[in-house]
Design a binder for this molecule. Structure first.
Ligand SMILES: [Zn+2]
Ligand SMILES: [Zn+2]
Length: 337
C-alpha cells in the first residue's frame, strides 16, 4: 500500500519559480506600491467625487464577487442559483484580481480541511505561539504565503466539481481578459463621465489600481486577523474568530468563527448585531427567484454549537489551544472528507 502523503503536501502540486515571482509581483509588491502611491496622490491632489464613486462601486462589486461568488457559492456551495447569476458572480469575483476561481477555491478548501494545522496554506500559527512567531505568522497568513509556498493546491484534487463546469472553465481561460477588464471598466467609466483622458487615467488609478490593492488587503485580513484575534463563541478545532471591523469591510466574511463551525451556511453573521451584507444579498437573490436551496442557519444546530463553544471572547495572548470537535455534536463540512 502506498504511504499516505503528509498533510503539507497532500493534494498539492509544485509551483515553478517563475510563477512564484509573478505571485510576488501581482499579489504582494504591486498592491503595496499602489497603496503608497494612493497616500501620496491623496496628499498631493486629493481625490475627486467622480473617482470616489467609481472606486466605491468597483469595491462593492469586487467584495461581493469574492464573498458571495467565489466563497459562498463556488467554494462552499451554500446556495444554488440560475446560470446567468452564477456566471455574473464568478466574473465579479474575478474582477477582485485574486486569481482564477478554481485556484482560489482549491486553496480555500484545503484551508478548511487543515485550518490552523499542518497543511493549512495560510495559518498565522504556522511558526509557533509566542509573539515573535505570531507576528511572523501574521505576515505569512496575510501575504507571505503567496511567495514562500513551494506548492499550491491541486485543482484536480480539490475542485473537480468546478472543473466539470464548462462556464467555470471558460472563465478560467478568460482570466487574463478579466484582469484587463478590472482596470478598463473603471477607466472607461471615468473617461465617459468626464469626457476626458484625464478622467480615464485617474479612474484607472483609483478605481482600478488602488481599489484592487485595498480589496486584497481587506480580504487577506480574514486569513490573518480573523484567525488570530476576535471572539470564538462556537466550538471549532481551529482558531477562527469573529472580528467586527473585518466583517464590516468584507461584507460579512469577518464573522469567521461561525463560518468554520458551519462552512456551508450562507450566513456567516448569525449572532445578534452581526451584520452580514453578503447574506442580505443572497436573501435578495432568493426572493427574486434567482437563488434557491440556500443553506440558512438552523436554530437548533446553532444552539448546539453555541453550547459546545467557549461562550467567551478570548483575544490573542489568551488564546486557548485548538479544540477538538466535541463528541456528539453534529459537524458538517463537505471539504473535510
Ligand atoms: Zn479560515
Ligand atoms: Zn470558507
Amino acid at each position: 500500500m502506498p504511504a499516505r502523503p503528509e498533510p503539507e503536501t497532500a493534494g498539492t502540486v509544485a509551483i515553478s519559480s517563475g510563477r512564484r515571482t509573478a505571485y510576488l509581483v501581482v499579489l504582494v509588491v504591486l498592491p503595496l506600491l499602489a497603496l503608497a502611491a494612493a497616500v501620496g496622490a491623496a496628499w498631493g491632489w486629493g481625490i475627486g467625487p467622480r473617482d470616489v464613486v467609481i472606486a466605491g462601486v468597483m469595491y462593492v462589486i469586487s467584495i461581493f464577487g469574492i464573498s458571495v461568488g467565489y466563497h459562498r457559492l463556488l467554494t462552499h456551495r451554500s446556495f444554488k442559483c440560475r446560470r446567468p447569476l452564477r456566471v455574473g458572480l464568478a466574473l465579479a469575483g474575478g474582477l477582485a484580481l485574486q486569481g482564477p476561481v478554481t485556484l482560489w477555491a482549491a486553496e480555500h478548501r484545503r484551508h478548511h480541511k487543515y485550518a490552523d494545522r499542518p497543511g493549512d496554506p495560510h495559518s498565522p500559527w504556522a511558526y509557533g505561539e509566542d509573539w515573535p512567531a505570531l507576528l511572523r505568522g501574521l505576515a505569512h497568513a496575510h501575504v507571505g504565503w503567496f511567495y514562500t509556498a513551494r506548492r499550491r493546491s491541486s485543482r484536480r484534487h480539490w475542485v473537480p466539481d468546478l472543473l466539470a463546469d464548462p462556464d467555470i472553465r471558460r472563465l478560467d481561460a478568460a482570466y487574463p481578459a478579466i484582469m484587463a477588464l478590472s482596470f478598463l471598466l473603471p477607466a472607461t467609466a471615468g473617461g465617459l463621465w468626464s469626457m476626458s483622458w484625464a478622467g480615464f487615467w485617474t479612474a484607472m488609478f483609483w478605481g482600478g489600481l488602488v481599489r484592487y490593492a485595498v480589496v486584497h488587503h481587506v480580504t487577506w485580513s480574514v486569513n490573518s486577523i480573523a484567525h488570530t484575534f476576535g471572539n470564538r463563541e462556537f466550538g471549532t478545532r481551529d482558531r477562527s474568530g469573529n472580528v467586527r471591523w473585518v466583517a464590516m469591510l468584507t461584507f460579512g466574511e469577518g464573522w469567521h468563527n461561525w463560518h468554520h463551525a458551519e462552512p456551508t451556511c450562507a450566513r456567516h453573521g448569525v449572532l445578534k448585531g452581526q451584520l452580514d451584507a453578503s447574506a442580505g444579498l443572497i436573501r435578495c437573490f432568493e426572493r427574486a427567484g434567482w437563488a434557491y436551496e440556500v443553506h440558512w442557519p438552523d436554530s437548533r444546530r446553532l444552539a448546539a454549537r453555541l453550547a459546545a463553544g467557549l461562550g467567551a471572547g478570548p483575544d490573542a495572548g489568551q488564546v486557548p489551544p485548538p479544540r477538538s470537535v466535541p463528541q456528539g455534536v453534529p459537524r458538517r463540512a463537505p471539504d473535510d472528507a
